[in-house]
Design a protein around this ligand. Structure first.
Ligand code: ZN
Length: 326
């Protein structure tokens, strides 16, 4: 009887660890992914938090609170460099970062200027530091001969330090979050993830290593679509990634696509969201045909599946087909 009681206790403790800790959440998420189950069953904030320790705190918080409650993101073509227009993802990011009051103020401004012409970057900065402070910085930047002085990054160093920090949160982090929330999945969202993001024993190297992306099982020759509008910053081949492409979506957000059979874009070109950039393959350090899809925010690897989980199934996160036609 004592043996059974101890065994029950052990089972209960293991069950609690499995579901209540980040490690457990990640482990169970990994299991779900391996089994091909729907990823929505996982506690996403836990999953994200466990890998996000090095992102700015405010962005961590925004991602954690946002992912659980994202409205449907429709296929909105973004300009290169990220969202300047007023997209659902951007509105969501504003609420997560700056609160409902900011959304109301910016919504009012957007409706006056007309949504497609609405310069969200400028509006976010005005909301944060005030129109006068922004104008003073732009004037100083122009006098110093800075190119495109109206852009936040160009005149940031002419803002008072405290204002610049506040504006970073309002402008950079909000636009980074919105950019990530607007990404689509590079292949059919139904394709199975065979190896998730996180620490694993590497299949060929036999060492414990952070897997900085997800492996998606797709046959050689599958069309790979750009997850978002952006610039091709890498289109080449090496021993690890094989033939691969890396895209810069602006606002510190990049995606990478590895083990391709054929790269279809050149470095420096701009691509639309949903545009075919590569045929998948089995090149580089790879044990079978698959696409490795990676996502970074501010240079830090983040789990792209966390974002797919929300949208790729029932809530209208744009797939490649949807944007390619529109
Ligand atoms: Zn991989």
């Amino acid at each position: 009887v004592k043996g059974i009681a101890e065994l029950s206790l052990l089972v209960a403790v293991c069950a609690a660890c499995w579901t209540r800790t980040p490690v457990g959440a990640v482990a169970s998420a990994g299991l779900l992914l391996v089994r091909g189950d729907r990823v929505e069953d996982v506690a996403l904030p836990d999953l994200l938090a466990s890998f996000r320790t090095e992102l700015p705190t405010t962005l961590q918080h925004a991602l954690t609170t946002t992912v659980a409650q994202i409205p449907a993101v429709t296929a909105v073509e973004l300009g290169v460099g990220g969202p300047r227009t007023w997209t659902p993802a951007l509105r969501t990011a504003v609420v997560a970062q700056l609160g409902d009051d900011a959304l109301a103020a910016l919504d009012a401004e957007a409706s006056m200027s007309g949504a497609p012409a609405f310069d969200a970057e400028a509006a976010l900065e005005r909301w944060s530091v005030g129109a006068d402070t922004r104008q003073r910085a732009i004037r100083r930047a122009r006098a110093a001969g800075v190119r495109e002085p109206d852009r936040y990054r160009a005149h940031r160093r002419f803002l008072p330090d405290a204002d610049a920090l506040a504006a970073d949160r309002a402008v950079d982090e909000t636009l980074a979050l919105a950019t990530v929330l607007d990404l689509s999945w590079p292949v059919d969202p139904a394709a199975r993830i065979t190896s998730g993001f996180g620490y694993r024993t590497h299949p060929t190297l036999r060492t414990r290593k952070l897997h900085e992306g997800v492996d998606i099982a797709v046959p050689v020759g599958t069309a790979v679509a750009a997850a978002g509008a952006g610039t091709v910053i890498r289109a080449r081949s090496n021993a690890v990634c094989g033939r691969h492409v890396k895209l810069d979506h602006g606002h510190g957000v990049t995606t990478s696509y590895c083990h391709g059979d054929l790269v279809e874009v050149e470095r420096g070109v701009e691509v639309r969201r949903g545009q075919e950039i590569m045929k998948s393959g089995n090149t580089g350090r790879s044990t079978g045909p698959h696409l490795h899809f990676g996502l970074r925010i501010g240079g830090r690897p983040v789990d792209p599946a966390a974002f797919r989980a929300r949208g790729a199934t029932t809530r209208g996160f744009a797939g490649p087909d949807e944007t390619a036609s529109g």
